[in-house]
Design a protein around this ligand. Sequence first.
Ligand SMILES: NC(=O)C1=CN([C@@H]2O[C@H](COP(=O)(O)OP(=O)(O)OC[C@H]3O[C@@H](n4cnc5c(N)ncnc54)[C@H](O)[C@@H]3O)[C@@H](O)[C@H]2O)C=CC1
Ligand SMILES: O=C(O)CCC(=O)C(=O)O
Length: 449
Amino acid sequence: MFKNAYLEKVYGEVAVRSAGEPEFLQAVREVLESLETVVERRPELEKWGILERICEPERFVQFRVSWVDDAGRVQVNRGYRCQFNSAIGPYKGGLRLHPSVNASVIKFLGFEQTFKNSLTGLPMGGGKGGSDFDPKGKSDMEIMRFCQSFMTELYRHIGQFTDVPAGDIGVGAREIGYLFGQYKRITGEYSGVLTGKGLSYGGSLARTQATGYGLCYLVQEMLSCMKGDGFAGKTTVISGSGNVAVYACEKAQSLGAKVVAMSDSNGYIYDPDGIRLDVVKQIKEVRRGRIREYLEEVPGAQYHEGCRGIWTVPCDIALPCATQNELDEESAAALIANGVMAVGEGANMPCTLEATRALQAAGVLFAPAKAANAGGVATSGLEMSQNSLRLSWTFEEVDARLKEIMTGIFHNAYDASRECGCEGNLVVGANVAGFLKVADAMLAQGVAY
Ligand SMILES: NC(=O)C1=CN([C@@H]2O[C@H](COP(=O)(O)OP(=O)(O)OC[C@H]3O[C@@H](n4cnc5c(N)ncnc54)[C@H](O)[C@@H]3O)[C@@H](O)[C@H]2O)C=CC1
Ligand SMILES: O=C(O)CCC(=O)C(=O)O
C-alpha cells in the first residue's frame, strides 16, 4: 500500500492500535498516502517520530451524560472530546450530536481538523467532540437539559486558551446557546470559549454562512484556475439540507448555478426548475421538518426515498454536504457517466477512498474536505479574534476575509501538489500543506523525555 517503509510501519502500528475504528483508519491512510515525497525529503520526520505522534490524539475524554426527558425518565448518553493536536494553537473543532457518533468517528474528525485548521493559516490546533445523543424528535427542553448535562462535564476540559468547541451535525445556534449558558453558569467566566454563538452574545456575522459560502469560493477558484470556468450556468447537486448544504446552495445560486437536488437522511428532492431555497430554509431552519415536505410547496418537484440516489441526478458540479462516506464508488461511477466536471466536499470525508480515486482518475476536478470546508472553522477563528479584541466586524468584512482565506487555501494546496510532482491533485496538496505546518511546529517544540 505504501512505497515508503516508514509510512508502512506507522500505518501498521496505527491499524493495530486502532483496530475497530474504520473511519479513523480511513482518514489516517489518506493522509499518509499523500506524504510519500515529504518523508523522502525530510528524514528528520522519522528521527523525531512525527508521524507516530501526529496520528495519536494528545488526549481523548469519554464521559457519561445523564439527563431527564419530558416524561421524567433518566436517559444516559456517551459524551466525547478528542483533543488531537495543539502544536499550532488551542484545540478547535465542532461538537456532533448524532446516534452514529462513536470513538472512531470523533477521532477521524479530530485528525482531519488538525490539518484543516492548519490550512486556514490561523493559530488553531485540532479537536472534535460530541455524543451519540439523537436530537431528532426531541423537544426544546430536552435539548436544553442534554446540553446542560453535557457541558457539566465538558467545561473542565475546555477554555478560550485551551480548547474552543463549536457546532457540527446536530449542533447549531440553539445548542451553542445552551452550552454557552451552562459554561458561564458553572465557571462565572464570560469568554470566547465556544464559537458559532448568537450575535447578541459574542457571535460573528457570517459564521452561519461560512462553511457553505467558503466551499463555493474555493470551488469557484478551482474551476477558474484549472478550467477557466465557474459556477455560472452549471447544473449543481448538493446533498444534505443542513447548515453547510443550505449556504452552499445560497452561494452557488448567487454565482449563477442552477441547483436541482438536495437531500436529508430519508431521501432527496429533484426540482428541474431549480431548488427554491426559501422553501428549504422554512422546512429545515424554522419547522425542523423533512425534505419531502418541499413537495407541499412545490408540487412540480419530485421526491425519492433513500439518499444515495441523489448522485444519479445528472449534474456538472456535485457538492456532498451531508456526512462521511455518503458518496461511494458506485455513486462516483454514476456521476462520471453523467459527465460531472467538479466535486467539492462540503461534509467531512463524504467520499470513500475508492470514490475519490475513481473521480480523480476520470479527470474530475476534486476539492477535498480539509481544504473545501475549512471556511467554517476559519470564520470561527475570526470569531475568536473578535472576542479577544472585544470588537464585532461587519458581515462584509468577515465575508471578504473568508473569501481571501479560501482562495489562499486553494493556491496553497495547488502549489504543494506541484512541488510533490502531482500538479492539480488537491488531495495530496491539501494534506501536505496542512501537515508541514503542524509537523514543523512539533519539531520546533521538541519531545518530552
Ligand atoms: N457546520 C459547519 O460549520 C461545518 C460542518 N462540516 C461538515 O458538514 C457536514 C454537514 O454538517 P452540518 O450541515 O453542520 O450539519 P447539520 O446537522 O446542519 O445538517 C446535516 C444534514 O445532513 C443530512 N443527512 C445526514 N445524513 C445524511 C445522509 N446519509 N444523506 C443525506 N443527508 C444526510 C441531515 O438530514 C441534515 O440535513 C458534516 O460532515 C460536518 O462535519 C464541515 C465543516 C464545518
Ligand atoms: O468552527 C469550528 O470550530 C469547527 C467546524 C468544524 O467542526 C469542522 O470544520 O468540521
